[in-house]
Design a protein. Structure first.
Ligand code: FPP
Length: 267
């Protein structure tokens, strides 16, 4: 299998879920899964529904994915909820997405908290409407002591802006003398990113058959395994079965980080 996996929607699901769950749980799991939840609009369009109905259904899918991630003891889940480029969408859709996020946090934070989920935000919080940033800060604060699963919501997030901001802060610190630029390495650099203290994603999933990273975690995903689903699996269709199949595909990959497998190269 090459660097890019392609997950097709086939096979009967129901009876296989238990079997796949057992298989997946017995093998090495990713520590950090990142997801580009793409295709909500197309899911709705296919049903002649307004786009926001797709986003609403997307939240339902998300609920289930958080649950399974926790059941599998995966430690970090990062979700691309709204990019710095998403402001270009029609104002109604942007407003509806922001309201959906607030509604989700208001409704779910207590249960997430009870289940040991820690909410964290990646992105420029100052560029968000006050009601949204207040709700996020409250959820982050309420769940900050949890350690079963950390859910990072990338919101008003753009990877290039994140990297540029890191560079600006590093230059500032170097000029002020709080860091020595000669000691700068990738570990120190990573501390200037939104993802400080979060390990790099092991697996990236993007639904709906688009093969792009769309300005998401570009620095952090240098060695991440990429899996793109078939184009008829929109985010609201991404269910337990499909998630488990994706993890199964990840477990069949051989991660080499630029090196070679043990045993390879021996003559
Ligand atoms: C991409 O589908 C999806 C988004 C831009 C938003 C994702 C948001 C949610 C699932 C809901 C809110 C999030 C949280 C964390 C509660 P698209 O609109 O680009 O679909 P299309 O490509 O078919 O148009």
């Amino acid at each position: 299998m090459g660097i890019i996996g392609f997950l097709k929607n086939k096979g009967s699901k129901g009876s296989k879920v238990k079997e796949i769950m057992a298989d997946v749980s017995a093998k090495q799991l990713p520590r950090h899964v990142a997801i580009i939840m793409d295709g909500n609009g197309r899911w709705a369009q296919k049903r002649r529904l307004p786009r926001i109905a797709g986003h609403r259904q997307g939240v339902e899918a998300l609920r289930e994915i958080i649950k399974i991630t926790s059941e599998l003891d995966i430690r970090y889940l990062t979700l691309y909820a709204f990019s710095t480029e998403n402001w270009r969408r029609p104002r109604d859709e942007v407003n509806a997405l922001m309201s959906l996020l607030v509604e989700y946090l208001q409704k779910e934070v207590d249960e997430l908290d009870r289940n040991g989920v820690r909410i964290n935000m990646l992105g420029d919080i100052e560029g968000l409407p006050d009601e949204v940033s207040a709700e996020i800060l409250s959820a982050v604060n309420k769940t900050k002591h949890n350690d079963k699963l950390q859910v990072n919501i990338a919101l008003n997030y753009g990877s290039r802006a994140e990297i540029l901001n890191a560079v600006k802060s590093i230059v500032r610190d170097a000029v002020e003398g709080t860091i020595d630029i000669n000691n700068m390495d990738d570990t120190l650099f990573a501390r200037y990113l939104y993802t400080r203290e979060i390990p790099d994603p092991d697996l990236l999933i993007r639904t709906s058959g688009e093969f792009r990273l769309s300005n998401f975690l570009l620095y952090q995903m240098a060695y991440t395994e990429l899996i793109f689903t078939d184009k008829d699996i929109y985010w609201p269709d991404f269910d337990r079965y499909t998630y488990l199949k994706t993890i199964q595909e990840y477990q069949n990959r051989r991660r080499r980080y630029g090196g070679i497998d043990a045993g390879e190269g021996e003559t």
